[in-house]
Design a protein around this ligand. Structure first.
Ligand SMILES: [Zn+2]
Length: 255
């Protein structure tokens, strides 16, 4: 299996986690650093675990308020400079759950539009984060003709046919075990357009000290959901989704 979206750069024990992923038979993980402060750590890890961990980099929409425009420009300059080391730009997108003020939502839209053009220019996957903003996100993606797109933990089935027609991919996370809207997405999106993800260290609980415990090995959870809803074998789901991820991100791994 391939975890098409996690955050190893946020894990202190990333080396041990990667060892466990390999023990579990996983083929690769894609790990986008979503804040410029994490880019260097992401880069070091992806170099150390070359061929297994593939790095993405971007500016998460949640950070539009915290980062000055000059910081954002610097982040994009860094990405351009490390173009060869990254497989995707993101997480980019819209988050109206954390950002409610119209002014900052407009800023998110501007940044999102720019990042679509940027990802196209670099010919990288656009890694999209959307929360409570699916219709606006869809409109911007279509307007800017986004090309290689990962809709990370996309929880809205209304746009299933547009997603299919455009050849975009939805990555399904552990939240699908309890969310009806995510189950509907699995039902309505064909296998060719699905990938697996964990978004770890999120979605795996916490220990007493508050440390997040999620790991890419939790990939079994969304795989089981897809298997159940599509009436497939879990190994088959893992392989099909891994193939889709390897193709989208152009990963040099054999499935
Ligand atoms: Zn994420």
């Amino acid at each position: 299996m391939i975890d098409s979206h996690c955050h190893l750069e946020l894990m202190k024990n990333a080396d041990d986690v990667i060892a466990r992923c390999k023990d579990a038979g996983m083929k690769a993980v894609v790990s986008p650093s979503t804040h410029p402060k994490d880019f260097q750590r992401g880069l070091e890890l992806s170099r150390k675990h070359k061929g297994f961990m593939f790095m993405g980099a971007g500016v998460h929409p949640e950070y539009v308020k915290d980062l000055a425009q000059s910081d954002i420009d610097k982040a994009f300059a860094w990405i351009r400079e490390h173009e060869k080391d990254i497989v995707g730009v993101g997480e980019q997108g819209l988050d109206y759950f954390w950002i409610k003020e119209p002014y900052w939502q407009e800023k998110q839209k501007e940044l999102f539009a720019k990042s679509i053009e940027f990802a196209k220019e670099l010919d990288k996957v656009l890694i999209v984060h959307t929360r409570d903003a699916h219709a606006d996100a869809m409109q911007i993606l279509e307007k800017h003709n986004a090309e290689r797109v990962q809709l990370h933990m996309w929880g809205e089935n209304r746009f299933a046919s547009a997603i299919k027609d455009r050849g975009w991919l939805v990555s399904v996370g552990p939240v699908s075990a309890r969310s009806k809207s995510h189950k509907r997405v699995i039902r309505d999106i064909p296998m060719e357009n699905l990938m697996l993800e964990t978004d770890s260290p999120w979605f795996g609980g916490k220990d007493e000290s508050g440390r997040l415990l999620g790991e890419p090995t939790n990939i079994k959870i969304p795989a089981a959901e897809i298997a159940e809803i599509k009436g497939m074998d879990i190994t088959e789901v893992g392989r099909a989704c891994a193939k889709n991820a390897a193709k989208l991100f152009r990963l040099p791994v054999r499935i």
